[in-house]
Design a protein around this ligand. Structure first.
Ligand SMILES: Nc1ncnc2c1ncn2[C@@H]1O[C@H](COP(=O)(O)OP(=O)(O)OP(=O)(O)O)[C@@H](O)[C@H]1O
Ligand SMILES: [Mg+2]
Length: 204
């Protein structure tokens, strides 16, 4: 499984469409999915998590809802599709929980790891591609896209910067499973950097 993660507006959805096309051109069977969400239950949880009208959500409630959506996603969708021979491409995954709930919110890493372990049931992605971008630029991109901001996009800049640093730390700590891509580059350059990574992955 390939995960695309990083700051809001970094270009995850844009990149995932390119990856999907690239892998299909290589005759691979592909499934695109996202977190929180990916299943009817998960999409219901997503609606609760991202609702901008509920700023009162507790940090631990948030953490457990993400984990619950992930557990359902793994069992109902990710594992069966991998079993069927598809490469799964996922928009955000466990790396997002480590960044946002640990590095940005300050919940203990041991607690997050424990919940991720329960949700993942022994599974882990082959590669997590981190699109690294100043969150300020990311928010500008989201605003230009013309949609409102969700509950997590409405957090202050310090919070979003801690999450960004969290992604970089995760990648530095585990270079075998993470790749950092400079998302301030033109889309074509971001794509070609990522396609190089995919070529290596397909060969292994
Ligand atoms: N490398 C890039 N340079 C400039 N603009 C970009 C780049 N990549 C994506 N964009 C544009 O930025 C906006 C946000 O991109 P996209 O929706 O792919 O980001 P995202 O990470 O999926 O956002 P979100 O976190 O809200 O899901 C889009 O309008 C997209 O066209
Ligand atoms: Mg997106």
């Amino acid at each position: 499984m390939i995960v695309c993660d990083g700051s809001n507006g970094a270009g995850k959805s844009t990149l995932i469409k390119s990856i999907e096309g690239y892998l299909k051109s290589k005759k691979q069977k592909v499934l695109v999915t996202r977190e929180p969400g990916g299943t009817p239950i998960g999409e219901g949880i997503r609606h609760i998590l991202l609702n901008p009208d509920t700023p009162e959500m507790c940090d631990t409630t948030e953490l457990m809802l993400f984990a619950a959506a992930r557990a359902q996603h793994i069992q109902e969708k990710i594992l069966p599709n991998i079993q069927d021979g598809r490469i799964v491409i996922c928009d955000r995954f466990d790396s997002a929980t480590v960044s946002f709930q640990h590095y940005a919110r300050g919940l203990p890493l041991s607690l997050i790891n424990q919940l991720n372990e329960i949700a993942l049931d022994g599974f882990r992605p082959d590669i997590t591609i981190i699109l690294d971008l100043d969150p300020l630029i990311g928010l500008e991109r989201v605003k230009l896209r013309g949609e409102g901001l969700d509950r997590l996009e409405k957090q202050d800049m310090e919070f979003l910067n801690r999450a960004r640093d969290g992604y970089l730390k995760q990648a530095e700590n585990d270079p075998e499973h993470f790749a950092i891509i400079d998302a301030s580059q033109p889309i074509k350059k971001v794509e070609s950097d990522v396609f190089d990574i995919l070529d290596k992955l397909l060969m292994s």
